[in-house]
Design a protein around this ligand. Structure first.
Ligand code: HEM
Length: 216
């Protein structure tokens, strides 16, 4: 079944029998401009699914790949679970799941370092490149969870900054801490692993890991 048809059915179902989930609340909300139309609900639901799922899957997979390439940091995470908080911030800088934003248009002439970008120009914002800018970050190609200056672009910024950032951070912190704690002697079977063919959303298609056991 196509995503649109599936979501349309779910929206109708939630309108008739609302539960305490987000879609029910969106479907029954009486906002200041009145209830959302079916098209508005469909595009919002699709945005949340795409923006909220593949991105987080990639953050966790990019995270495990980076930890297996930095076994000293993996060991630290086992010993200090609270390291998960700064570690996930550094991951969002170092291996951002959203590499670029290809849909910006200038509303006026903008000057950037002496270069004028004319009004109406189409911009691709390459967040991943900004996150590795040596004029902004010391040793940008080094993965360092102790990095103090960690204001990255991984979750966007300004009026469109990520709506789901708290959830994404929490999911990645919990998943990576648990993987570190439970997998005994994990090691990569493919390095580099095969990647999804997607320039915007970066992450491995699969990450094969061998281990000696799984702790309870
Ligand atoms: C690791 C996971 C995630 C990453 C890396 C990520 C990244 C981003 C980025 C870079 C933007 C800015 C887009 C722009 O400026 O056009 C954004 C916006 C957004 N994100 Fe996330 N996101 C993640 C998880 C989530 C989750 C879990 C949700 C929802 C449950 C979510 C919902 C949204 C929405 C609705 C927007 C649009 C905000 C707006 O336009 O005002 N994201 N995200």
């Amino acid at each position: 079944m196509q995503l649109g048809m599936y979501l349309a059915g779910l929206i109708e179902e939630r309108r008739k029998n609302p539960g305490d989930d987000m879609l029910s609340q969106l479907a029954t909300a009486k906002g200041q401009d009145g209830p959302m139309t079916t098209m508005e609900l469909l595009s919002t639901a699709a945005l949340l699914l795409i923006a909220g799922h593949e991105t987080t899957v990639n953050l966790i997979t990019n995270g495990m790949l980076t930890l297996l390439r930095n076994p000293d940091v993996l060991q630290r995470l086992r010993n200090e679970p609270r390291l998960a908080v700064p570690l996930v911030e550094e991951l969002l800088r170092y291996e951002p799941p959203v590499q670029l934003l290809p849909q910006r248009t200038t509303l006026a002439d903008i000057e950037v370092r002496g270069v004028t970008i004319p009004k109406g120009a189409t911009l691709w914002l390459v967040l991943a490149s900004g996150n590795r800018d040596p004029r902004r970050f010391e040793n940008p190609d080094r993965f360092d969870p102790d990095r103090q200056d960690i204001q990255h672009l991984g979750l966007g910024s300004g009026i469109h900054s990520c709506f789901g950032a708290p959830l994404a951070r929490l999911e990645a912190q919990l998943a990576l801490s648990e993987l570190a704690r439970r997998l005994e002697n994990p090691r990569l079977l493919d390095d580099p692993p095969p990647y999804r063919r997607n320039a915007v959303l970066r992450g491995p298609r699969r990450l094969r890991i061998a281990c000696d056991g799984i702790r309870a």
